[in-house]
Design a protein around this ligand. Structure first.
Ligand SMILES: Nc1nc2c(ncn2[C@@H]2O[C@H](COP(=O)(O)OP(=O)(O)OP(=O)(O)O)[C@@H](O)[C@H]2O)c(=O)[nH]1
Ligand SMILES: [Mg+2]
Ligand SMILES: [Zn+2]
Length: 351
């Protein structure tokens, strides 16, 4: 027997409700995708958990999506998303890969050790801002760190308004601040490299120990290492009994930005603000005369590392955005070609 949920507990709100017609309100059941497998989706609904077989006529869907099922439990349609995360898929081909949808808050998880990397956090911040979600930086393994300030000080300097939580992911007492952020109906996605403790956080927030049968696998208890270095291999939406939904994701080494201009402007607002003082409108801040950004570096008001990180992400996103636009145009042309061929075939058949 699976637990029943109320729709608001699952994140249902006016934004989705208003997409339904009167007829649909009467006859359709909204369900929320919680897992994506090769041949099926798992979902959470008012009646508990369920499974939806994937059909070729369904649009590509992702964890967090709201879907309408008809009275027979058949797929009817995908509802418009309130927020959407994608990344450039790994490898050389530029292709978007969806990560999650309808997320309110992102826990950007990083560990307080040699893996800590400010530029990587900036990358996640750009992605989070672009999806119009609220970021919280969660620093794990505080119990194994002697000098937390060494990491905290530069992080605070990035953005004074940034929410930061320092935790031991194995200790539920240290997660009180995070618990308070997991409000009923709120969806929180955890992003961060492999091994930083995302699944450990999910387990502890769910009140489960690593050896609990319902717990997600974590690196410490992984038995078979042959499948690669990522412990979590698929995305999963977990319902928290005390409120909120947590979306665990596999660590992403190759998180590349695509189409993320707004997120970058937001994340590096200090630089875009300074750039208004440059002599040239299209200043690239790489040695032009009267460059306010370079001046700020000379004056010690801006870190060279931060400018370099900004320029790198900007190049990357511009390149990927251009290739994606080309690819989408190509896909559209191909789609049109197929439709034309199909209608020609029908015309032939009906002669
Ligand atoms: N001491 C300590 N160990 C931690 C902490 N957080 C995570 N760990 C350990 O770090 C290891 C990796 O944690 P996971 O939760 O599997 O990491 P993950 O981010 O889910 O990794 P992927 O699923 O591969 O993306 C496990 O052995 C955890 O027990 C922490 O705050 N303190
Ligand atoms: Mg994991
Ligand atoms: Zn400049």
């Amino acid at each position: 027997m699976s637990t029943c949920f109320t729709l608001p507990q699952l994140g249902w709100r006016g934004f989705f409700q208003t997409q339904l017609s009167f007829e649909e309100l009467e006859s359709m059941h909204p369900v929320r995708i919680s897992e994506h497998h090769r041949n099926q989706y798992h979902y959470l609904s008012q009646d508990g958990e369920g499974i939806l077989a994937i059909h070729p006529n369904m649009p590509p869907m992702t964890v967090g999506d709201w879907v309408l099922l008809d009275e027979q439990g058949q797929f009817n349609r995908l509802l418009e998303r309130q927020s959407y995360f994608s990344r450039k898929a790994s490898g050389s081909k530029v292709q978007e890969q969806s990560i999650a949808s309808n997320v309110d808050t992102v826990f950007i998880v990083a560990s307080l050790n040699a893996d800590f990397n400010l530029s990587r956090i900036e990358r996640y911040l750009a992605l989070t801002h672009d999806a119009q979600c609220d970021p919280v930086v969660v620093l794990t393994k505080a119990d194994q760190c002697d000098d937390i300030d060494q990491y905290l000080d530069p992080l605070r300097k990035l953005d004074h308004h940034l929410m930061i939580e320092v935790v031991n992911a194995l200790d539920s007492d240290s997660l009180k601040g995070l618990h308070a952020l997991c409000k009923s109906g709120q969806t929180i996605a955890l992003l961060g490299s492999s091994g930083v403790g995302k699944s450990t956080l999910v387990n502890t927030l769910r009140g489960l120990g690593a050896d609990d049968s319902a717990a997600s696998a974590t690196q410490g208890v992984r038995e078979d290492d042959s499948k690669g270095r990522h412990t979590t291999t698929s995305r999963q939406l977990h319902f928290l009994p005390q409120g909120g939904l947590l979306l665990d994701t596999p660590g992403m080494r190759e998180l590349q930005l695509a189409d993320c201009e707004e997120g970058l402007q937001h994340t590096f607002s200090d630089i875009t603000e300074l750039a208004k003082g440059c002599r040239f409108n299209d200043c690239t801040h790489q040695g032009e005369p009267d460059c306010a950004v370079n001046q700020a570096i000379d004056d010690g008001d801006l870190e060279l590392r931060r400018l370099q990180s900004y320029l790198k992400l900007q190049r990357e996103q511009a390149l990927n955005a251009a290739t994606l636009a080309e690819k989408r145009a190509g896909d559209r042309a191909l789609g049109k070609f197929y439709r034309n061929v199909q209608s020609d075939m029908r015309a032939l058949k009906n002669r």
